[in-house]
Design a protein around this ligand. Structure first.
Ligand code: AMP
Ligand code: AMP
Length: 361
């Protein structure tokens, strides 16, 4: 694999005119708002026809229009981004729509974060390895549908699908029936159906903490917590019980939005410790380890065990529920702070201290 020479690119940048650039989707508003608040320029690589929202909020200095997200890797687009001294901030759409190997080998601009960790994130097996090697509690993995007999299992499919087409089963027979139903409803494709990832179903409530590892200060920060609003599983209990009992429903988990939350204070020590352990393990598996945001998806059980079932090595969309700040960032900063702004502040500080090469790969 040919690595991109980020140092060489950085050497040619005008450090007084750094732009924060990202794809116009997922958490771009959060990232742009933060950059503007920190006095940095912004570039939106935007799908033609999707510019309305980004224009409406007036947060973008330069638009670069593309037909599809992957065009970010095209020569013309990259040339424009390089001329604007762009630092790329990755988010969920980079995972969903751009091949991670190409992100590592073809994306020329410096990227805020660790490209190698982004690759760990796209493989569920690698995520599981990262979480369990860090000593976090994780769900069991079932390698065959026969193993789930009599137990509750959660079935997922490849890629960042935002829960679309995922379902819960308790037997191999139910699995076969439900998978056919999901294909029929076009929530998953036949190819996806051949690559199920089956986890033990954890009974509890979802708690999704958002961390920021400042590689400049070598410190973990907790920037917020969210929980998700998922269709149709969160809608199903609005059906009155007599009617619900008569239905043979097969709800799925397509994420529609997020709620901000605060956790019981006695859980915070463990949450911080999980963040520490993840960052320590990241240093082992992919030096230089975590840079900036990483977020966990966890379920907290009735005996207050925190089970981690996913990790993202970047900003997650749940951070959007905290634009403007939240109790945790207020406690630490006493001013409005949120992921997009924290990213921009780290970039700004790194420029001021002549350490920008430490926060990009
Ligand atoms: P989109 O541009 O909305 O298609 O989102 C890009 C990727 O991020 C997709 O894989 C989505 O499933 C995922 N995504 C978008 N919004 C959220 C959210 N609020 N929570 C979790 N994942 C999300
Ligand atoms: P994911 O796309 O992996 O974030 O999963 C979508 C949703 O499924 C999550 O927000 C949780 O509500 C739920 N979920 C995922 N994995 C599990 C699990 N192992 N046990 C229980 N619920 C889960």
């Amino acid at each position: 694999m040919v690595a991109v020479d980020v140092c060489k690119i950085l050497a040619g940048y005008d450090k007084n005119k750094i732009s924060i650039a990202t794809l116009g989707s997922h958490s771009a508003l959060n990232i742009f708002k933060g950059a503007k608040e920190e006095g940095l320029r912004t570039v939106c690589v935007c799908l033609k026809g999707q510019e309305r929202v980004y224009k409406h909020y007036g947060l973008v200095d330069d638009f670069i229009y593309v037909e599809k997200y992957r065009d970010l890797l095209g020569k013309d687009v990259q040339e424009k981004l390089l001329n604007l001294n762009s630092v790329i901030v990755p988010h969920g759409s980079f995972n969903a729509y751009i091949n991670q190997e190409e992100m590592e080998t073809k994306l020329l601009m410096p990227l805020f974060g660790n490209r190698t960790l982004l690759r760990w994130e796209v493989s569920r097996e690698k995520q599981h390895e990262w979480l369990s090697n860090a000593g976090l509690k994780v769900p069991k993995i079932y390698h065959s549908i026969e193993d789930i007999e009599g137990k509750l299992a959660f079935v997922k499919f490849p890629g960042a699908k935002g829960g679309k087409g995922y379902f819960v089963v308790d037997s191999a027979k139910a699995y076969k029936k439900k998978i056919k139903d999901m294909i029929k409803r076009k929530l998953i494709t036949k190819e996806e159906a051949e690559q199920p990832y089956i986890q033990e179903y954890i009974v509890g409530v979802s708690v999704y903490p958002h961390f920021f590892y400042s590689s400049l200060n070598q410190e973990i920060e907790l920037l917020g917590i969210d929980k998700r609003y998922e269709s149709s599983v969160d809608g199903i209990f609005r059906i009155p019980v007599p009617e619900l009992l008569g239905q043979k429903l097969n709800p799925s988990f397509t994420v529609v939005g997020n709620f901000p939350m605060v956790a019981r204070e006695s859980l915070l020590n463990e949450i911080f410790s999980m963040g520490d352990r993840i960052a320590k393990e990241a240093m082992e598996i992919a030096p230089p380890g975590c840079i900036g945001p990483f977020c966990l998806e966890t379920i907290v059980t009735e005996d207050l065990r925190i089970i981690a079932f996913e990790i993202s090595a970047r900003i997650v969309a749940g951070c959007n529920a905290h634009i403007g700040g939240n109790p945790y960032t207020y406690l630490k900063y006493g001013e409005p702070m949120y992921m997009g702004k924290r990213i921009a502040r780290e970039v700004k500080t790194s420029i001021q201290e002549g350490r920008i090469d430490e926060v990009v790969t």
